[in-house]
Design a protein. Structure first.
Length: 151
């Protein structure tokens, strides 16, 4: 089931943190960079986030989530996180499809580690186009992708 999460609740913030850390550790290993901020993010920081969180749940267990901010005509995707136990089971695909359908007709932007080929392939399968690579730390690059007008 896909539903909006109340990340301001302590129990939900803990559930987000529980899967966020191991998922970002996988990306950190791909990138060779342990400085991803979400690796050290506290539950208080999650609770105080201005992002909207949408989760994929199996009964009461959080399998993954997507977070974003809506600006005038653009949805800025901040996180797409899947519990590593549920990689390659379609959780990320379901979350992304939900968001794209909810905001059909708007533009979308996202960035991910340049070395995160699975994430880039997922976004591209939904019509995102790689725009540019940018350096986030010496020798560490991310890729910006966008999807214009819901195309």
């Amino acid at each position: 089931m896909i539903q909006e999460l109340d990340h301001r609740s302590e129990s939900t913030a803990k559930a987000i943190q529980r899967i966020q850390r191991p998922a970002y550790l996988v990306e950190a290993e791909m990138m060779g960079f342990q400085g991803i901020p979400q690796l050290k993010e506290s539950t208080l920081e999650i609770r105080n986030s201005g992002e909207v969180f949408v989760g994929c749940l199996d009964e009461d267990r959080l399998l993954g989530f997507i977070s974003y901010k809506k600006e005038t005509n653009t949805i800025d995707i901040y996180r797409l996180v899947v519990d590593p136990e549920h990689f390659r089971k379609g959780v990320g695909r379901k979350l992304l499809a939900f968001l794209l359908e909810k905001y059909k007709g708007l533009d979308f932007v996202v960035s991910t580690g340049k070395a995160n080929v699975p994430a880039k392939k997922l976004y591209e399968s939904f019509g995102f186009i790689q725009m540019e690579d940018f350096e986030v730390a010496p020798g560490i690059f991310c890729t910006a992708l966008e999807k214009k007008n819901g195309n």
